[in-house]
Design a protein around this ligand. Structure first.
Ligand code: GLP
Length: 234
């Protein structure tokens, strides 16, 4: 009988073996196949999959549907400004969004200050529930400078905000991010399906395209469904 502890060690053993292999491979190279690893370690396919999943989540491997698992391209200095869609795809998860609010509003004092506008200037408010592989993991509020994006969100919502900004030459090139632990508010708890006061991770961003402030956002993640990975260099 295989004890749970031994099984856990096997999974770590496979993961660390693959990690040392891929350290020597160029970006884009194929990862060792599940079949190879099953044969080499004499473990169940599930154990191998679990080991590879961990490396996908760490950002060392990426799954390309219909093609296989590959060594990821290194993120330049770990400072890339990623969208939710890109972040989830990189983890091998399917991103989805559900729009809760998409309307033209007048900027309140906080949003006006962050977007460098005046109070009551027009802003686009886009609130979405965001899913990864079908599970709700985040509720995201974004405010956009309407002057830069005339007519945006008026004829339906795009799948990805950053793709839509890119199409308009407004993809963020700079961002100020802050990440903090908080207790879930009544509204966020309800949307995320967690208890009021449960821990959440709040990610706030102010994003600029060149010197134009395009977006301020507040993304609230379930603490049990999201980990932030950073590759740092000095
Ligand atoms: C991340 C950022 C948000 C941004 C979003 C866009 O979550 N923190 O500021 O609005 O990505 O994601 P997408 O392009 O998938 O709509």
């Amino acid at each position: 009988m295989v004890l749970p502890r031994q099984r856990a060690l096997k999974h770590v053993q496979v993961r660390e073996h693959v990690r040392s292999l891929i350290e020597q491979l160029p970006a884009g190279a194929a990862a060792p196949s599940e079949r190879e690893l099953v044969a080499r370690f004499g473990v169940a396919r599930m154990t191998v999959r679990q080991a590879l999943d961990a490396l996908v989540v760490e950002g060392l491997l990426e799954r390309i549907p219909g093609r296989g698992t590959f060594v990821t391209q290194p993120i330049e200095h770990g400072r890339e400004i990623t969208s939710f869609t890109e972040d989830m795809r990189r983890r091998g998860l399917l991103p989805e969004s559900q729009t809760l609010v998409a309307r033209l509003e007048q900027a309140g004092p906080g949003v006006a200050r962050a977007l460098d506008l005046s109070v009551a200037d027009p802003v686009l408010h886009w609130k979405r529930l965001r899913r990864a592989d079908g599970q709700v993991i985040c509720v995201e509020d974004a405010y956009l400078n309407e002057v830069l994006l005339p007519g945006f969100l008026q004829h339906g919502t795009p799948t990805s905000l950053y793709d839509a900004l890119e199409a308009r030459g407004l993809r963020p090139t700079r961002a100020e991010d802050s990440i903090a632990a908080e207790a879930a508010s009544v509204e966020d708890a309800d949307l995320l399906g967690i208890a009021v006061g449960a821990p959440v991770l709040r990610h706030s961003r102010r994003a600029l395209a060149g010197d134009r402030i395009v977006e301020v956002s507040r993304s609230v993640y379930r603490h049990d469904a999201f980990t932030i990975y950073r590759q740092l260099e000095s």
